[in-house]
Design a protein around this ligand. Structure first.
Ligand code: F6R
Length: 613
């Protein structure tokens, strides 16, 4: 939800670096963008509706190319439609400041009225513009930028990551965080800020994650962090092991395709070093995952959103089946407001790629308030979810840039499988031999994933997807551990191809949705040999009898025989079939969207990191 950057350099110019930063943050929002720099005693702002390329055209005259202080923004609209006027940075009309914001100011209407009554003129529909006027009002009273920002924030309800700059006092750059993420870094000659470490990686790998309530004043080689009352705070730098290269397409036409292809390596990075072959067990690094602690829980509560929720649902199937520990599952946005009741000794497990999703974070905090211990499966070290969890399983998927999540999902499912094994070993439902057998099978997935990504399979999935390019709607059906995979297959298609696709528990079809099936409607059926394979086959017969065109995905040969088209997936044990079966579904969505000419890495209306409610 919006990406912000900022830079202050002693020697070099900052504009190109900021544009590079915005390019890697475009996944956070891409309906408009802008930059502001200090030019002499004045602030110069350029902003434009549309993608970064539109802004670059505006900057092509080189007028701002030499500036040493700047802020930039890429927007996902909340208040006010995408337009040049609503694009950030915003100012107060004085030419003395520019401000960028990610988040929502909840009391902006009353603040706006107050400021308008003082004669201040607003030029956009955004909530952000009140912030620039509040800061401007304090600057006009003679405060230093950092003090003006603090005074302004004291009036605000809501959540924000902001960056503000001013030419005052030889140039000043200040940022603050309450909610959405903000990372800062200094080098000998410069200072940088960004919504995500990816924007900072070209400059340094040592970064400081700001915490809620932090206000930071940046200058070349200097970072001073205080709270809203101005008291100094200590914040330590962390070293990031991602590199800038991981955030490039590496020759693939889209990040999504690159990320799908990375999945065999993601499996290895997330799982292999954690496997203890001799004891048929698993070890995790962050927090207390000991037998004693894992035995103490009575229930597990999974909270997540979107694709991460689907991974959490796989976790529920795996843990209940292999560990016999009851698992509840909630959309984080529902959990927060349904007045949930948690039994004593609950472990709340947040699943999140970014670790910054507002609903997931709020649900995790609520679970803690209700007495639960907390844990997370998360891809971003240093993210808020990780920092606020008692224990974490980091998924080592590397940066995921494609807005539609693929490799992060597979990593989450793999982490959930590892967690099930660890819980089972701790609680005695899995013995050493059982653990070894499960983990051996996990290792064997890697070549099987590679086989699934062979050109012939990709071509076959692509041909089937193209064959249904004009379909008005799809059903995706599965049962057991492959029900969440059906949900995920449908979500991927909706997200990037903009066609209606519904994921359903195969057994539920006859309770209503089967009425929607008309002759030739594509029905993707996901199946694997095991406890529910014959039930899924019966459901397949039911939809076929009503004229559905069945596309069978999985390793159940009998389903393939019944289907109109099929993609065979290498066999594995039923609990792990989810990891393999999702890959053809990702490829299906990719090729379908490609055939429809959609913008695969930046689907309309979406943003990757959902830091608003
Ligand atoms: C779909 C997708 C979203 C995210 C969801 C949660 O492809 O990416 O549904 O899964 O917004 O995001 P994280 O995992 O960052 O909490």
């Amino acid at each position: 939800m919006c990406g912000i950057v900022g830079a202050f350099s002693r020697k070099g110019a900052v504009l190109d670096g900021m544009l590079e930063g915005l390019r890697v943050l475009e996944y956070r929002g891409y309906d408009s963008c802008g930059v502001a720099v200090v030019e002499g005693e004045k602030v110069e702002i350029r902003r434009k509706v549309g993608r970064l390329t539109e802004l670059e055209k505006l900057l092509a005259d080189g007028a701002l190319a030499g500036a040493r202080i700047g802020v930039g923004h890429t927007r996902w609209a909340t208040h006010g439609a995408p337009s040049d006027e609503n694009a950030h940075p915003h100012s107060d009309g004085s030419g003395r400041l520019a401000l960028v914001h990610n988040g929502i100011i909840e009391n902006f209407l009353e603040l706006r009225r107050e400021l308008q009554a003082e004669g201040r003129v607003f030029t956009s529909e955004t909530d952000t513009e009140v912030l620039s006027h509040l800061v401007g009002r304090e600057l006009a009273r003679g405060l230093k930028l950092v003090d003006a920002v603090r005074a302004a924030l004291a009036r605000v309800h809501g959540y924000y990551a902001i960056a503000v700059m001013s030419p005052a006092d030889g140039g000043a750059l200040v940022c603050a965080r309450q909610g959405p993420p903000l990372v800062v870094a200094t080098t000998a000659d410069a200072a940088y800020l960004g919504s995500d470490v990816l924007a900072l990686l070209p400059h340094t790998r040592d970064v400081v994650y700001l915490e809620d309530g932090d206000v930071a004043e940046l200058a070349p080689g200097s970072l001073v962090v205080t709270n809203l009352a101005g008291q100094p705070l200590e914040r330590h730098a962390r070293r990031i092991d991602w590199d800038a290269e991981q955030a490039s397409k590496a020759g693939y036409p889209h990040f999504m395709l690159k990320e799908i292809h990375e999945q065999p390596d993601v499996l290895a990075r997330t799982a292999f070093d954690r496997i203890l072959s001799a004891s048929g067990d698993v070890s995790f690094e962050h927090g207390d995952w000991s037998d004693a602690r894992l035995r103490s829980f009575e229930r597990l509560q999974v909270i997540a959103c979107g694709t991460a929720l689907h991974a959490g649902m796989v976790a529920k199937y795996l843990i209940e089946q292999l560990v016999r520990l009851p698992v509840d599952l909630d959309y984080a946005s529902e959990f927060r407001y349904r007045e949930p009741v948690l039994v004593p000794r609950t472990l709340a497990l947040a699943v999140s790629q970014s670790g910054e999703t507002a609903d997931t974070l709020a649900a995790l905090r609520l679970a803690r308030e209700l007495g639960a211990s907390t844990a997370s499966i998360c891809n971003v070290m240093g993210s808020t979810v990780v920092r606020e969890s008692d224990a974490t399983i980091l998924t080592h998927a590397g940066p995921e840039i494609g807005v539609a999540s693929t490799k992060a999902f597979v990593a989450q499912v793999v982490a959930a499988f590892l967690l099930a094994v660890r819980l089972g070993r701790a609680r005695g439902t899995i013995d050493a031999n059982g653990g070894r057998a499960l983990l051996d099978e996990l290792r064997r997935l890697r070549p099987r994933m590679e086989a699934l990504l062979a050109p012939e399979t990709i071509e076959r999935v692509g041909a089937i997807a193209r064959g249904h390019v004009d379909a008005k709607g799809f059903f995706f059906l599965g049962r057991g551990v492959n029900f969440p995979i059906a949900l995920e297959g449908a979500l991927k298609l909706k997200e990037i191809s903009y066609v209606h696709a519904e994921g359903y528990a195969a057994g539920e079809m006859k309770h209503g949705p089967i009425a929607l099936i008309s002759k030739g409607m594509p029905i993707v059926v996901v199946n694997a040999p095991g406890s529910v394979a014959d039930k899924v086959r019966s459901n397949l017969h039911e939809v076929k009898a009503r004229g559905g065109h069945v596309i069978s995905i999985g390793s159940d040969a009998a389903s393939h025989e019944l289907a109109d088209e099929s993609i065979d997936v290498p066999a594995t044990i039923e609990p792990l079939s989810a990891v393999l079966n999702v890959i053809p579904l990702q490829l299906f969505a990719y090729h379908h969207a490609l055939a429809r000419g959609c913008d695969i890495d930046k689907p309309r209306n979406l943003a990757k990191s959902v830091t608003v409610e």
